[in-house]
Design a protein around this ligand. Structure first.
Ligand code: ASP
Length: 349
């Protein structure tokens, strides 16, 4: 009897020490919130070999978290569903909600925030957050090129790496980043370069910030901000102005530009040829629009390089059309005039 009693006491002490140590270890883990918006990472199909005809944005955040139990070894994970859409349906309201939410979470007790997102427009949302979240803690965008139901789905590993990065002390002071295919990129510069391949997010001129080796982030450089980094306070905004993009091609006239203005565009991005060129008919229409005080930003459809100063319009510098559109929306929404808008683009600080 006495023997049994001492076994029970020993067992109780063991359980007490064990749970106390476990609890201590647990409280040492950082808090990471995953905000889910949909996309292929939350996509599903009846067929394991289907990588193009699946339904994007169909699985909930808890299903994505449950699929990767290793996330719980890294951090205290909280999941929140902000939307569950194909990223082509991300709108101004979702962007503003994400930005406000991330600012709030990072001002509180969260070490970092991860945002799951469709890859098609991921670079736009990530750029938007890089311009509107001014925090030393990291925001990490992640997506996938294969749906969750596919053989060799890339989502689970991408998600694990994104959470690992958000929880890493090395991610501090690096702003908003994008993680896919073992690569870490700056949200400011990265763009989707391939319609179907896993190896799609690149910054052709600026390169990557780092990569993952055996599950751990390795950075190439100490933290630095993009030289053209600006910040906008969106805490009071409830919507963003309409800004349209016009893609330039041979034989183009003024029809689309005039239609955009009639539709109520407050600003326009012309995705021009080469170093910001276009047919004469469109050039004349641009000059006319500028006299009506409609800001027009000129980008290059080449996919890389630099748009230098233009006689007409505002040159975008290194920014592509979709990123220029976001910057122009933010500039107009916060009341910038034409001269101020010019300083936001192509202004090496
Ligand atoms: N159409 C999908 C989306 O952007 C593609 C993807 O996520 O890879 O939501």
């Amino acid at each position: 009897m006495k023997h049994h009693f001492s076994i029970i006491i020993t067992l109780m002490i063991f359980i007490f020490i064990h749970t106390t140590v476990a609890a201590q270890a647990d409280t040492g883990k950082p808090n990471i919130t995953i905000l889910a918006t949909g996309g292929t990472i939350a996509g599903s199909s009846a067929s394991k070999t289907d990588t193009t005809d699946y339904q994007a944005g169909s699985l909930g955040i808890q299903t994505l978290i449950d699929a990767v139990p290793e996330l719980n070894h890294i951090a205290h994970i909280t999941g929140e569903q902000i939307a569950n859409v194909d990223s082509n349906d991300i709108d101004n309201h979702i962007l503003l909600t994400l930005s406000k939410k991330v600012n709030q979470l990072l001002s509180q007790n969260q070490q970092g925030v991860v945002i799951t997102h469709g890859t098609d427009t991921l670079e736009e949302s990530a750029f938007f957050l890089s311009l509107t979240v001014k925090q030393s803690k990291p925001t990490v965008f992640v997506g996938a090129m294969r749906p969750a139901t596919a053989i060799s789905a890339d989502g689970p590993m991408n998600l694990l790496e994104a959470v690992t990065l958000a929880a890493s002390p090395q991610a501090q002071q690096r702003g908003t980043m994008v993680v896919l295919n073992d690569r870490i990129a700056s949200a400011f510069y990265v763009t989707k370069t391939n319609a179907v391949s896993n190896d799609t997010f690149k910054a052709i001129e600026q390169g990557y910030l780092g990569l993952f080796i055996n599950g751990q982030p390795k950075f190439f450089y100490t933290p630095a901000a993009p030289i053209d980094q600006v910040y906008f306070d969106v805490s009071q905004l409830t919507n963003l102005p309409r800004v349209d993009i016009i893609y330039v091609h041979q034989g183009q006239d003024a029809t689309l530009l005039n239609a955009a203005i009639s539709a109520g565009a407050k600003g326009i991005v012309i995705d021009a040829t080469g170093n910001g060129n276009m047919p004469k008919a469109l050039e004349e229409a641009v000059a006319k629009a500028l006299t009506k005080n409609i800001p027009i930003v000129i980008t290059s459809r080449t996919g890389a390089g630099y748009v230098s100063n233009k006689k007409q319009g505002i040159s975008s510098g290194f920014l592509n059309a979709q990123k220029s559109r976001i910057l122009l929306q933010l500039a107009i929404a916060t009341g910038a005039n034409l001269t101020q808008i010019e300083t936001y683009f192509d202004h090496q600080r």
